[in-house]
Structure formats: structure tokens, C-alpha cells
Design a protein around this ligand. Sequence first.
Ligand code: DX5
Ligand code: ZN
Length: 213
Amino acid sequence: MKIAVSYLKNKNGNEKTIEKLGHTSCDYIHIDLTDGLFAGEKNYQIDTILQLFKNVQKPLDIHLMVKNPKKEIEAFAILNPAFITVHLEIEDLENNIKKIKGLGISCGIAVDKDTSIEKIYPYLKEIDLVLIMSVKAGFGGQSFQPKSLEKVKALMKERKEKNLSFKIAMDGGINDKTIKDIPKDIDLVVSGSFVCLEEDYEQQIEKLKKAGN
Ligand code: DX5
Ligand code: ZN
């Protein structure tokens, strides 16, 4: 189980938080971007994100909670992210998947808390990652919804039956308690406030690893 850390909610400011995460053992930095249309409030400018990450060495996991993410996909490709994830619920999904894949980047699709898992089945062959939301997309610091574990199990079953190879990730409300209920063979978990609202990030990441494995 790999660990991505979201800096969405932090107490040291974005720049310092990202710098500190670079010195931890997390596997990815998870970049949560909300546009105020699809989810949350607009929390970014493209140029600011490019500036923030231009010298960051950790692999990047970009989560676009954005209604029309074409511009963002094109701009962030320069950061050479490990994944760009868009939402299943957006309108032009098929073209956005093609765009991400066409840029040579692994493509994720996020399934929001109230979306049924079967809706993603038609896309599973062409994508690299499914991000199951265990909170409603938009804000950090919400509580984990155990019902989303059923989606993870259904997806694992589908992957096995169809002999597919996409990765499965979970995002939202993950801490050293909630992680215990997540299947051990999930590929990736995203944790935000549990790590970045404390002083010692590495200690928090170690707690996650211990409880999740
Ligand atoms: C929710 C975001 C999550 C979230 C994770 O909209 O996609 O990545 O910030 O943070 P916590 O762990 O605080 O829920
Ligand atoms: Zn996220």
C-alpha cells in the first residue's frame, strides 16, 4: 500500500508544507485542485502550481476536481506527474482521458462519494487508476465514509474477473484508525489533514504505514 499525502489542509502554508513533505517517506504528493464549479472553492492558479512544484522531486499525483480540466491537463504535463486524475462525473470525460494518455501520463478517474461504482466499468480497460472518494470531493478534513469500502471491494472483484491491471486508490478521511478497515492489497491511499495538521509529518506517515500493513 503506497501513501500519497495531500497538503490541502496544512498549518505551515503550502510552500513550506510541500518542502517538508519532500523530506518524508511518502510515495507521492497529492495535489488537490478545486475549481469552485465542480467542487469546493477555486483554490489554485495554474501558474502558482507550476511555480510551487517546479523543483519538487517527489512523484506527483494530481487530483483535478475540475469541471473542464483540459487547460489544467495541458499545463501540468510539464511537471511530469505520475498520475493525473479527473472525475467520472464531468461531461467530456472520454476526451480528457485521451488527452492525458496522449501526453504519456498515467490517467486516473475519481469516483465521488455519491456515484455508483458500476458507472466506471466501461472505462476500466483504458485507464491506469481509480480513485475512490471516501468523502465528498471538495474539502479536506471530512470524516471517512465506511460505505465506500464496498466500492473498493466491488472494484477489486471486477479487476480480477476481467483480468485488468488498473490501480485502486482511496481518498478522504484516512487516518491511523480508518486505514485499518481498508483492504491491505489496495494500491494507494491518500491522507491529508492527519499528516499536515501535525508538526512531525514522518511520524504520522509511519503511523499510517504501521496501521495499514
Ligand atoms: C477531498 C480531497 C482529499 C482530501 C484528503 O476533496 O480530494 O484529497 O483533501 O484530505 P483528508 O485526509 O483531510 O480528508
Ligand atoms: Zn484528493
